[in-house]
Design a protein around this ligand. Structure first.
Ligand code: MN
Length: 238
């Protein structure tokens, strides 16, 4: 898609600068489908140096992106820290897989996706003011939400669910619905689907210490068990 003043695809420089596309399976950047469909949103559960959820909203040809360490909460009383990160290409919204090395190395699970609608049409103005109200129509996340910028930090926002028929103070949505919305897989399933051992040892794994490191070690072991028990991919057979 040609870059026009109305689109933001010129903002993908930072996304591209951080990646070596010879070494990562992530998209280089593709254009949205034609008009007449809703604006896309997705949430990607990303186990990298730390576990977080990347919330992405399509706007002017790219995905506005926030990294939410604890993931979305359906409880209106819970404010979840959401760090604004660089715009991602539109076609990143379909990505699920293993990033073997480099920036964001780890496993990406497509946790939810659907369409979003801003409450007011001028999204750029809402971003500039630091308060973006919108509704989601996903598989796991629905109804009314807001992203509010904190005063302390340009990149620091809060993701909050508004009280409505889709809010719930009890349901921990990340815990009750942990699997990929497209493949039905968990992290170990996504890793096991790779043809080869991406990380041969703990030392080569992207997360080493802390909670994420411990999680990743378990996932690597579980993926190896599943791979040993499952038939090899057909193309590798004689
Ligand atoms: Mn991420």
């Amino acid at each position: 898609m040609a870059s026009t003043p109305r689109d933001r695809t010129g903002s993908l420089g930072e996304y591209r600068r951080r990646r070596d596309f010879q070494r990562t399976p992530e998209p280089t950047g593709g254009a949205p489908a034609g008009p007449g469909r809703g604006l896309a949103f997705c949430v990607q559960k990303h186990l990298a140096s730390h576990l977080h959820y990347d919330v992405r909203l399509e706007w002017r040809g790219v995905l506005l992106s926030w990294a939410v360490p604890k993931g979305p909460s359906l409880d209106p009383r819970t404010r979840r820290l959401a760090m604004r990160v660089e715009d991602h290409p539109y076609d990143y919204g379909g990505f699920e897989g293993v990033i073997p090395e480099g920036y964001g190395a780890g496993i990406v699970l497509l946790w939810d996706r659907g369409t979003w609608t801003p409450d007011r049409p001028d999204v750029d103005d809402a971003l500039a003011r630091g308060e973006l109200k919108f509704s989601l129509s996903g598989v796991k996340l629905k109804g009314s939400w807001v992203l509010v910028r904190t005063r302390r930090d340009e990149r620091g926002w809060l993701l909050i669910k508004h009280a409505d028929e889709w809010s719930s103070p009890e349901i921990d949505i990340a815990a009750v619905a942990p699997m990929s919305v497209t493949s039905g897989r968990d992290f170990a399933g996504i890793l096991a689907a790779e043809d080869r051992d991406i990380w041969h040892s703990d030392r080569s794994a992207p997360a080493k210490g802390g909670t994420a490191g411990a999680m990743l070690r378990e996932i690597i072991a579980e993926a190896a068990r599943r791979r040993a028990g499952a038939p090899r991919p057909r193309r590798q057979r004689r």
